[in-house]
Design a protein around this ligand. Structure first.
Ligand code: 13P
Ligand code: SF4
Length: 334
């Protein structure tokens, strides 16, 4: 059973989710009032809905959010993202209350790997060190030597001795990309992000024909054929920065479309085209887990201070080592 499944099973009070929100309430006003009253900080990932991004104290990608969680002096961290992100915030802040608007906000990458499975793979490669993508649960972090995000993975892997055997978990696409750019031959766990795997090369090629001046930009969680034709590959924060600073006026964006909200703010004159996926019925690249969080659930979560992330202390201390190693090794990355 994953830590997320365990947390859901042990959730003491689910009833608060059925609490009625008074009709005449101004959610923004109430959230702002509670934030002050409870000395809470709202951290949000770029894949959250626009209204949540707008109300957050801090908006960022996985690395930026981990750093913000490390630095905050708030009493309560309200994490608007997915479970592994809130769990990381709690690993870094055992004495603070960490809440997540919807406990079911999981992640296919985190679900693809368990600490137990990773232990078995480690036993087959006793000399290997384990570098894990932050999109994993606490049991995987506890079995890992170093955690990375898409913003710092290349930098950290390059800093490791060239002859060091490495297991990379759980994203096979990011792992393959990192092998290619660093010239390594890391052993890859076979997990994937269902959102980034859904991009259709065929349909993107059609978009490129229709928009000949547009640059294709892609997150490295995407599959190899998409990355091969991309003009730029980068983490969420790097894609944002590229759109804001590059001379081109048009971009086809192959990542979760929540980032378009901030891209439009930072680059209001640019034309942003979400890359098409295999799913012709929806044409969208939304992460269904990220979108479970809503303003209503954010309000309820702040009011009742639930669902709260609770962790086993021994596991937390073990996982903390690999996260601290990442924070230490990626100081040079903005
Ligand atoms: P980054 O925020 O590191 O770019 O990761 C993207 C992602 O898929 C988060 O779940
Ligand atoms: Fe996980 Fe992909 Fe959703 Fe990110 S976008 S939370 S990697 S399923």
């Amino acid at each position: 059973m994953s830590t997320l499944e365990k947390a859901i099973k042990e959730l003491p009070e689910k009833g608060y989710l059925r609490m009625e929100i008074p009709q005449d309430i101004d959610l923004v006003e109430e959230i702002n009032r509670m934030r002050k009253e409870k000395n809470a900080v709202i951290l949000a990932h770029y894949y959250q809905t626009g209204d949540i991004q707008d109300i957050a104290d801090f908006l960022g990608d996985s690395l930026q959010l981990a750093r913000a969680a490390e630095k905050t002096d708030a009493d309560m961290i309200v994490f608007c993202g997915v479970h592994f992100m809130a769990e990381t915030a709690k690993i870094l802040n055992p004495d603070k209350k960490v809440v997540l608007p919807d406990l079911l906000a999981g992640c296919t990458l985190a679900d693809a790997c368990s600490g137990e499975g990773l232990r078995e793979l480690k036993a087959k490669h006793p000399k290997a060190i384990v570098v894990s993508y932050i999109n994993c649960d606490i049991t995987v972090k506890a079995e890992s030597d170093i955690i990375v995000t898409s913003s710092n993975a290349e930098h950290i892997i390059r800093a490791l001795p060239e002859d060091q055997e490495i297991i990379f978990a759980p994203d096979r696409n990011l792992g393959r990309y990192l092998n290619q750019v660093t010239g390594r031959n890391m052993i890859l766990w076979d997990g994937a992000c269902y959102v980034h795997e859904a991009f259709s090369l065929e349909r993107i090629a059609q978009q490129m024909l229709e928009h000949p001046k547009a640059k294709l930009i892609a997150h490295p969680e995407s599959q190899k054929p998409v990355l091969q034709v991309a003009d730029y590959i980068g983490s969420t924060a790097n894609l944002l920065n590229f759109v804001a600073t590059d001379d081109s006026e048009e971009f086809i964006v192959a990542t979760e479309e929540g980032i378009l909200h901030e891209m439009r703010k930072q680059a209001p004159n640019k034309i942003l085209i979400p890359a098409l996926t295999n799913d012709k019925s929806c044409n969208c690249s939304e992460c269904r887990f990220m979108k479970l969080n809503t303003m209503q659930k954010l309000y309820l979560c702040m009011k009742y201070e639930l669902p709260e992330i609770k962790l086993d202390e021994e596991l937390r201390l073990q996982a903390l080592k690999s996260i601290n190693r990442m924070l230490e090794m990626s100081k040079a990355i903005k």
